[in-house]
Design a binder for this molecule. Structure first.
Ligand SMILES: [Zn+2]
Length: 122
């Protein structure tokens, strides 16, 4: 992976980290989830069932965002440390196309498949 490729990935990672930080901090609302949010405070118990589901969805989405933020922050640290793009398991290059598809990837496709396979088996 050349310097230009790393810089392009770094800028994508930085943009996504900033976006996630803003959404998590509540500065920027994700239009996908805010449309589902109930704005009426005095809903009766039946309506609340849907709200509860929405809330669970939002918590799940929120947790996913926190996890993504962690992955992306880790990727940024690896760029700074010069180990970005290396598989953390076998040390092989992860590959630019895979990194573009998954910016926070820490494993090459071979190791990823191996671990996913062993998770399924376990
Ligand atoms: Zn590997």
């Amino acid at each position: 992976m050349n310097n230009k490729e790393i810089q392009s990935l770094r800028s994508r990672i930085t943009v996504q980290i900033n976006e996630l930080n803003e959404v998590i901090a509540g500065i920027k609302t994700d239009p996908k989830t805010s449309a589902e949010t109930c704005t009426t405070p005095n809903v009766d118990i039946i309506d609340c069932t849907k709200d509860e589901r929405d809330l669970k969805d939002q918590i799940r989405i929120h947790n996913h965002r926190i996890a993504s933020l962690g992955e992306l922050t880790g990727a940024l640290h690896r760029i700074n440390g010069g180990t970005f793009g290396q598989c953390q398991e076998c040390g092989d290059p992860i590959g630019v196309s895979r990194l573009h598809a998954r910016l926070g990837a820490t494993l090459c496709i071979g190791c990823q498949e191996f671990f996913e396979g062993s998770h399924v088996a376990a």
